[in-house]
Ligand binder design. Structure first.
Ligand SMILES: Nc1ncnc2c1ncn2[C@@H]1O[C@H](COP(=O)(O)OP(=O)(O)OP(=O)(O)O)[C@@H](O)[C@H]1O
Length: 678
């Protein structure tokens, strides 16, 4: 037998079942060996109505009658009672275990392991299970393990297990080669690949199962990390980047014109970016920093550096409000340069002019939305592309923009702090700069969670803040994801209610996604200029909007928002020197809603919040797994196996460096199969 043999030659596989196995991804003997159970039969147990006669299983059930103990002979005894699972009541008897009587209390739930007798509707009890928390939930410590595989119609659990056994009996396991360096096995006390694969399918006990899982997770993450290193390497060596020889003095001079001094984190990030630009290798960098940490100015100075080297630069942002805000900033900061704004809402004639200026090189910098990547947008010599809020743009959109130049340097900015776990997986092929410090003088935002019933008190306080402190306030209307119309209606209703309430005490404006671009801009400008005290808005305000004087953020029905979104919204205040507040108005019904509110009250640290978000919603939900390019792991789990991931990463980096980038050789020396790297 060979590992590459098709399983159709194994006993028990006919043409029809072969087709079904293929659908599960099992083509060869090796695929079969590495087709691991996704869980083991655990103490959550089986449903009693599903049990077959004679089958051994674990059932969790409630004891409904007192245990009756009868002796026959000196040492032989029988203990009987009735138990209930959902609506099925069944009998249970234990032979010769009289001491169990004290353990079995009426009304308590127990795990019973035994053999099912379907005629008598009775479980012949073998053990009352003690249990422990295992990797897959609660696992019985001392029951027989029953691996559970993902199967499909036409492939039964039992046939799959039998087939794996057949392969084992044919000596397949012995053919599996070790694919981790011996040194790592020793260092981390990992069991061998053969042992692990055997124990993944047929663990003898809980401990062996744990060891197998640990080893398999390490292997999976290690190989993944090696692959990322290879990608990163390829990205660097394969693609010659542009040599952006910027004028250092000019950049320094510009920096000194800023109304504030850069924080050291900003300085450091800028330096990393500039070093990438001036080097011949292609820049592929992620700039992440918490809300309000000052990423924009770092981006702006990088664009300026590109200009001093004779290149154009483009800044792509997700919303029009944001594009306009950046445009205003850039023109203010670089009055001597030609800066253009390209959004979909501009007139055709104006658009034509902008496009021509871009193509002829008349324009030095351009900022825009998706409009930037449409056909017809040509650059003269695009040297730097910056995208803001990177996860809102798909990989393809970024690629299009990048292809508009001669492989321009690329910087992606994100304000959604990416937990390290994901940063080193999804973005493992990128360099990362982090701004982990807020500008000096910022006061922490105080967050309060109030119930709807308390809204009157909140509004009273808001009124005094407006009248006495000249506070500016955002009020976010409840989010109705399913319906834009309802979303709008909510915002309008809220606007009217608040206008009624405040009357002449507050100047109130309304902002929502369906307004025309110029209306939106006008409303934002009024708020920024202090001509409005209170801005009722839908979540269009969420990203990037920067009004330093705004100090109160009120979020209605806050429990409808995800954690990261709440954090973004809250980040609209606390951007200046004044003390700021965030009020979450919510009567959450679900536990997770309550939990989210509490997390927001407890911390303003974006990284912590992102970690929590990840734990509560899973990486797929938060980042869109497919889009972010994170593979779905078979045994490993990015959130829970963080420690293993880190170690695997360190080792992969070391080994990759030792291999002198000669990855192919390295692979063959450890017998990786090519398919590991598809
Ligand atoms: N070093 C600094 N000192 C003082 N103020 C600063 C500094 N850097 C930036 N700022 C100001 O802080 C505010 C927030 O900066 P910026 O808009 O760049 O944040 P950001 O990181 O893009 O945040 P967000 O992701 O929330 O938009 C801006 O008003 C900016 O002018």
């Amino acid at each position: 037998m060979n590992l590459t043999d098709s399983i159709q030659y194994l006993k028990g596989v006919g043409p029809k079942s072969f087709e079904n196995y293929k659908k599960l991804g099992i083509f060869t003997v090796e695929d079969l060996l590495l087709y691991f159970p996704f869980r083991y039969e655990d103490i959550a147990g089986r449903n009693v109505v599903d049990l077959l006669d004679g089958e051994k299983a674990t059932i969790v059930a409630e004891i409904v009658t007192p245990a009756n103990l009868s002796y026959f002979g000196a040492r032989r005894s029988r203990l009987t009672f009735k138990a209930k699972q959902d609506n099925s009541v069944f009998g249970v008897s234990f032979f010769n275990q009289p001491y169990l009587k004290d353990k079995l209390e009426v009304g308590s739930k127990v795990g019973l392991y035994g053999k099912w007798d379907s005629k008598k509707q009775q479980l012949l009890g073998l053990k009352v299970l003690s249990s422990v928390e295992g990797e897959h939930g609660v696992i019985a410590t001392d029951a027989d393990f029953q691996p559970i595989y993902h199967v499909m119609q036409g492939v039964k659990q039992s046939s799959l297990v039998r087939l794996i056994q057949t392969a084992f009996e044919g000596g397949a396991l012995e053919l599996l080669q070790e694919n981790l360096p011996q040194e790592l096995l020793r260092k981390y006390r990992l069991i061998s690949r053969q042992q692990a694969v055997k124990a993944m399918h047929f663990p003898v006990d809980l401990n062996e199962h744990k060891q197998a899982l640990r080893r398999e997770k390490f292997e999976e993450l290690f190989i993944f990390q090696l692959r990322l290193q290879a990608l990163k390497d390829q990205e660097k060596s394969g693609r010659e980047g542009l040599l952006v020889t910027y004028d250092k003095e000019k950049v320094v001079a510009k920096e000194s014109e800023l109304p504030f001094e850069l924080t050291s984190a900003q300085k450091f990030a800028l330096q990393e970016i500039l070093a990438d630009m001036i080097s011949k290798t292609h820049m592929n960098r992620l700039l992440q920093g918490d809300v309000g940490s000052g990423k924009t100015v770092v981006a702006e100075l990088s664009m300026y550096a590109a200009y001093t080297a004779g290149f154009q630069s483009a800044l792509m942002v997700p919303t029009e409000i944001l594009a306009r805000q950046h445009f205003a900033n850039l023109t203010l900061l670089f009055p001597e340069l030609q800066v253009s704004l390209l959004v979909s809402a501009i007139k055709a004639s104006e658009r034509r002019e902008i496009l021509e200026d871009l193509a002829t090189g008349h324009t030095n910098m351009v900022v825009g939305t998706h409009a930037l990547i449409q056909d017809g947008v040509e650059f003269d010599n695009l040297g730097l592309v910056i995208t803001d809020e990177q996860h809102r743009f798909g990989v393809n959109q970024r690629k299009i923009l990048r292809e508009k130049g001669q492989n321009p340097d690329v910087l992606m900015m994100t304000a959604t702090p990416i937990p390290r776990t994901l940063a080193i997986t999804a973005f493992g092929d990128m360099d990362v700069s982090v701004i982990d410090e807020l500008p000096a003088g910022r006061k922490p935002i105080t967050t309060r969670w109030v119930k709807h019933q308390q809204i009157d008190e909140v509004l009273k306080w808001v009124r005094t803040e407006i009248l006495k402190e000249k506070a500016q306030i955002y009020v976010i209307s409840p989010l109705i994801e399913e319906s834009e119309a309802l979303d709008l209606k909510n915002a309008q209703d809220l606007y009217e209610e608040l206008s009624d309430y405040f009357k002449a005490d507050a100047r109130i404006g309304l902002l929502h996604g369906q307004m025309k671009a110029d209306e939106k801009e006008e409303r934002m400008a009024m708020f920024k200029a202090g001509k409005l005290d209170l801005l009722v808005s839908t979540t269009v305000i969420e990203v990037g909007v920067d009004v330093q004087n705004a100090t109160i953020m009120i979020i209605m029905d806050a429990d409808r928002f995800g954690l990261s979104q709440l954090h973004q919204l809250r980040g609209r205040v606390g951007r200046g020197q004044k003390k700021s507040y965030c009020i979450l108005v919510a009567n959450p019904k679900s536990e997770s809603g309550k939990q989210r509110m509490q997390i927001m009250v407890d911390t303003t640290d974006g990284f912590k919040i992102a970690e929590e978000d990840l734990k509560m919603r899973g990486s797929g939900e938060v980042f869109g797994i497919r889009q972010s390019g994170i593979p779905e792991f078979t045994v490993a789990d990015l959130v829970n196996d963080y420690n293993i991931l880190e170690v695997a990463r360190e080792e992969a980096i070391k080994i990759f460096a030792d291999s002198d980038g000669n990855f192919e050789n390295y692979l063959s020396s450890f017998n990786f199969s090519d398919s590991d790297f598809d």
